[in-house]
Structure formats: C-alpha cells, structure tokens
Design a protein around this ligand. Structure first.
Ligand code: SF4
Length: 630
C-alpha cells in the first residue's frame, strides 16, 4: 500500500472566500516529495513573473513532506513559501514543531492560499474540513495570546497553530510565520506575505494517521534512531541544544560585532549552552516524534529581563545574532530578545543582524540619534538591543525602518551605510562565518533564497576522515580543508546542497539526518512510501527542487551578478585563531562558476540550462522560461 501522503492539497482563495481541494497524481508526489519541491512547483506554475510580493496576487504555500508526521524521530518539519518580500525571489522557510505533523493527521499535504481577505481572518482546519473565520478580535495580539484565544474559541486544546504576530500584520519584511508559538519559519519574510493577505493564523486539528506502507520496517528504523542518536552529534544536542554552536568562538568563527570579529572574548562564555543549562534552563522541548529534544525552554523571574517559558528559549542562531553579533554577552537579555521575536513574530537572525548593522553605523557616525529617535546604538548595550527588538516588533520609531531588514534600511539611510550590510540577495547572513567555512560562502551566494544555512553545506564538517564518512554513499571519499575552493570542494557542494534540500522536501530534520547513515534515510523513505526509491532518486529530487527555485529567480530577473555576498567576507580577520582568514576573490569566483557548471546553470545568466531541466525531468520549465522571455 502506498503511504507518505494523503493526495489532498487544500486551496483557499481569500478574496472570493472559496475553499476547494486538489488531488494531484501519485507521480507528482514522487517527483517533488513536499516542502521546497511543492512550493517551487506551484510558484513556477501559478505565479506570474513580476508580482509584487505583498500584493494579493502573491501565493502563500504551506507544505509538508512525505516523511512529515510519520512516527519516526525528526519527522516534524514542514515549509512555508511564497515570492519573498525580502529578496524579491524564491521565498522559503522551514520549521519544526508539531503543526506540520498535525496537518498530515488532518489529511492534508499542503495548503495553497491566494488573494486577500477584506478583513483579518483565520483558517480553521479539522480533519480535512476547512473554514475561513473572522479574526479581527485576534489582530494585534502577541503569539501566545493568539494561540490561547484560538484554542479556547475552538474548544480544541490540542489545536496546533501557525500564525503571525504584530510584525507580520504590519508587513515587516523580516516577519516570521510562528508555529506552536516558539518555532519560527523565519527566513525570507513569509510572515509579511501572510499579513498582506490579512491571514492571522491557521489552526489545525487532525485525528487521523499518516498512511505508512510498511509499518514494521518503519518501527525498526525508528528504534534504530532511538538507539543510535545518543552516540552521535545529535546526542550532544539533547543536553545543550544548538547553543553549543557558540563554541565556534574557539575557532574564530563566532560572528561578533556585525561580523567584524570571529571571537567574542569578553562575552562568549556567558551565552553558551552550558551556561544556559546551569542558569535559566527550565526544561527541554522537542518536535513531533523526536527523541532528541534539542529545543530549550528558559524562564527568568527576576531582574531587568524576565522571560516567560511559553516562548521557549534561544537557539544558537539567536545567541549569535542577538548576542555576539550585537556584542551582547548577557544571556538574560538575549533570552528576553528571543521572547520578543517569538511574541511579535520576527526572524531572530535578520532582526539581530539588522540591529548589529545599525550599531556599527551608529559607532561609525553614519547614524545619529536624529535618525534613531534618540536610541544610542552601541555594541554591547544589552538594554538598547532589547528595546530595539521591541520597537521592530511593533514597527514603532526607528524600529519601523529596521523591520524592513538591513538591506532596505541602508538604502533609505544612504551615507555609505550599505557597506556594512551583511547579506546575500538582501537576506541577512546566518551565524556561520564564510571565513572559516569558505565553501559555505559560495553556498550563501548562489542560494535562491539568499543567505541561508539550512539548505546549505558546512564544509568545516568535512575536513576529517570521520567527517567525510557520511558522504561515502555519494562516492565522496576525500576530506577537504575548510579553505579549499577547488573543484573537489564544489563537487562536495553539488552533492550536499541537493541532499539538504531533499531533507527539507521530505520534512525530515537535518539534525537527525546528519547523525544518520544516508542509506538508512533511503530505507526510511521506502518504508513510509512503499516506493522502490534510491539515494540517486532522493538526490535528484533535492537537485530538482533547488533548480526550480533557481529557475523561478531567473524568471524574476535574477542573474549571475546577484550571486554574491558582502565585501567584508573578503577582508581578513585581524585577530584570534582565524586571523588572516579571508575569502580569496578570484578563487571564490572560480568556485562559483565551477559550481554553476556542475549544477547545470548558465555561466552568464545563472539560470538552469535547458539540458539540466530536461535531465531532471522538468522540461516544462524550459517552456515556462521561454514563454516569459519572448
Ligand atoms: S533534533 Fe531538535 S529540531 Fe530536530 S526534530 Fe528533534 S527536537 Fe526538533
């Protein structure tokens, strides 16, 4: 019996208040599998080029994958996509938690939302039946209040809620779609798209079960994960969460003071996972069916920064962006800023990196208190950092401009402030330094979503025999130095990027995936779906999804000249263990072109070639690109 999907995609036209169901063929699921793949398919098929991202014409898609909701660790992920108001290109953010699995239990694989409601609404889905309901009484509420109000109103304590906070309502281009209050589909401004449609929330309750082709085989694999993960990297995640990433300070790779340094000598020990564990950690949390439980729950009941455990706790990306990037080594302040981001619905990475940009500009005299409404933005000033996050969430005062993201804020301010924006395609750089992960720098530059660490490759992981072991099933056998940018490194990128992308399309957590043998994941997909799939097919699905996103961007007018990252990454660190490290300009550019050739993208335009699209079985995209060229 086939499994992994229900075969039902819900369509909601908010302008005409119409709800319908689409039932794609089995072949559709095997070709795109979910998440990024489904999003890229529909955006290319249905969104005309040139649509203003915050207009009613944009399409907002929530998509699970064939693994989402299966009873196996790591199966809690789903994705949100649309044309991005932050980058103007392919927008996608993936997220863990429970909402995606609940959607599959409600018998749906995805939701496609078009148009715009006249007044605020929310969507209520119960076991496949959907209803558009008024949400004026919820508009303006913080996320925890909205979830509580919805559960009470619906009489469903177990309803799972994806929603926007005030930042999304006020169309902040760095607004997140919050899931389960404290899990953010944060990147590329999907919260603003939801806000532009006057859609406050999607509440879901499902009482069904995902169809699994071979229950016993999946039980055995789930058991294997439970036994296996404690011996791997995922085992460390349980104790200290992703916050352990702060140890990148020791290698000189912890983004500090807007990426000016890679070490945070005076503050890093205050924001580690260990420190959190020993001080403010109240509990650990997990995602659907996952034994790892890497999520943090923190609580602070006294002092200047009190924190409600309802909003979870900071991840590494947050500790870096709102902590070291802002020069703030105050764990309580970062935890409070994290709470504010989750309550108002802001992406913590873009929020923190934008504040860090403003701090650097202020210290260089490019911003004054006249611009900032009196805020004195200095690195290390925890109170002002927290105050600025709140202003951004409310879009008040200087926070109104900052919540457009650093790229647009710099355009508005001028005075050369754009030199200090840390971005790719207008999206702020995550907390992984290209000067200690050279190949990742290329990955940021070429990514269709702009800078993103999730569907990318972290080449520092593959510098040892032990590290490279997980890539042997791809035929990659040689470890490579972190600063290698030769063809062998790009071969590695050309394998790992599609792999990361297919994990997204499957709805499978990259932490669990990276602690597992790749062939075990193939077995898992076979057990869930009943398909005679292979590593080759999964890699091709990932490459197909990524390539469709590149094609989407090409149709929107992106070219090879958009595949770049900020100049700072080509300037050497002056101090610390990574002193002297800088991306070499010419090698970087050669590596980018090498990757184009390996991935089948045109050297001049950066668009996927017709041959590549045909090889991936999506020849229809060739017609689509030609139609709009002519
Ligand atoms: S490893 Fe962490 S992020 Fe991944 S599914 Fe488990 S709890 Fe969620």
């Amino acid at each position: 019996m086939p499994g992994g999907y229900s075969g039902k995609i819900l369509r909601v036209d908010l302008s005409n208040k119409e709800i319908s169901m689409e039932e794609p063929e089995a072949r559709f699921y095997r070709t795109y599998m979910g998440g990024w793949g489904i999003i890229a398919y529909y955006l290319l098929k249905e969104l005309p080029p040139g649509v203003e991202p915050l207009s009613p014409d944009n399409i907002l898609i929530f998509a699970t994958g064939v693994v989402t909701g299966a009873p196996v660790g790591g199966a809690g992920r789903s994705a949100v996509g649309a044309k991005s108001p932050l980058t103007g290109g392919f927008g996608e953010a993936d997220v863990g938690g429970w909402w995606g699995a609940e959607l599959t239990r409600a018998g749906l694989d995805a939701i496609i939302i078009t148009g715009k409601a006249e007044k605020p609404v929310y969507l209520w889905i119960k076991d496949g039946a959907a209803e558009i309901r008024p949400a004026e009484h919820l508009w303006g509420m913080l996320t925890a209040d909205t979830q509580a109000a919805l559960r009470e109103e619906l009489g469903e304590e177990r309803a799972r809620v994806a929603q926007i906070g005030p930042a999304g309502e006020r169309l902040s281009r760095i607004a997140a779609v919050m899931h389960d209050i404290n899990r953010a589909a944060g990147r590329t401004g999907m919260g603003a798209v939801m806000g532009s449609k006057n859609l406050k929330a999607i509440a879901v309750r499902g009482t069904g079960r995902k169809e699994i082709a071979d229950q016993q085989a999946l039980r055995d694999i789930a058991r294997w994960y439970v036994d296996h993960y404690p011996t791997t990297w995922a085992g460390d995640l349980q104790k200290f969460g992703t916050a352990n990433g702060v140890f990148q300070h020791l290698e000189g790779g912890l983004p500090t003071r807007n990426f000016q340094q890679g070490t945070f000598d005076e503050g890093w020990e205050q924001i580690t996972g260990e420190r959190m564990h020993d001080t403010i950690l109240k509990d650990r949390d997990t995602c659907f069916s996952c034994p790892v439980g890497c999520k943090r729950v923190v609580e602070i009941n006294e002092g200047p920064y009190q924190v409600d455990p309802t909003y979870g706790g900071p991840e590494y990306e947050t500790l870096g962006s709102l902590g070291s990037s802002c020069g703030v080594g105050d764990l309580a302040a970062v935890a409070r800023a994290n709470e504010l981001c989750n309550a108002y619905g802001l992406d913590t990475i873009s929020c923190g990196v934008t504040i860090a940009w403003a701090m650097e500009c202020f210290e260089r005299g490019l911003l004054t208190t006249e611009d900032t409404g009196g805020l004195e933005l200095h690195f290390g000033d925890a109170a002002t950092m927290v105050q600025t996050v709140e202003l951004m969430g409310k879009r008040e005062g200087f926070g109104h401009l900052l919540s457009e993201g650093s790229y647009r804020a710099a355009k508005a301010i001028g005075r050369g402030s754009d030199a200090f924006v840390m971005h790719a395609k207008g999206q702020e750089i995550p907390m992984h330094e290209p000067r200690i992960k050279y190949g990742l720098g290329v990955g940021y530059a070429v990514s269709p979503t702009g800078a993103d660490h999730m569907h990318n490759f972290h080449d520092v992981d593959y510098t040892t025999e032990e590290g490279i072991a997980s890539l042997r099933p791809f035929g990659i056998l040689e470890p490579l130095d972190f600063d290698d940018l030769g063809p062998a490194k790009m071969r590695l990128a050309a394998a790992v990027i599609p792999w990361q992308t297919v994990c997204n399309a499957l709805g499978f957590c990259m932490f669990v995936a990276s602690s597992s043998n790749k062939l075990k994941i193939v077995e898992m997909v076979q057990a869930i779906t009943g398909w005679d799939t292979s590593l080759h097919e999964l890699l091709e699905v990932g490459e197909r999804a990524y390539t469709l996103a590149r094609a989407f961007n090409a149709r929107e007018g992106f070219t090879a000249s958009d595949d770049k990252i900020s100049r700072r990454f080509f300037e050497p660190f002056q101090e610390g263990p990574s002193a002297g490290n800088a991306l070499p300009v010419e090698e970087f550019d050669r590596a980018r072109i090498t990757l184009y050739h390996m991935m089948g993208w045109d050297e001049e335009t950066g668009a996927p070639t017709a041959w590549k699209l045909h090889q991936l079985g999506v020849g229809w995209v060739v017609d689509e690109l030609n139609r709009h060229d002519n």
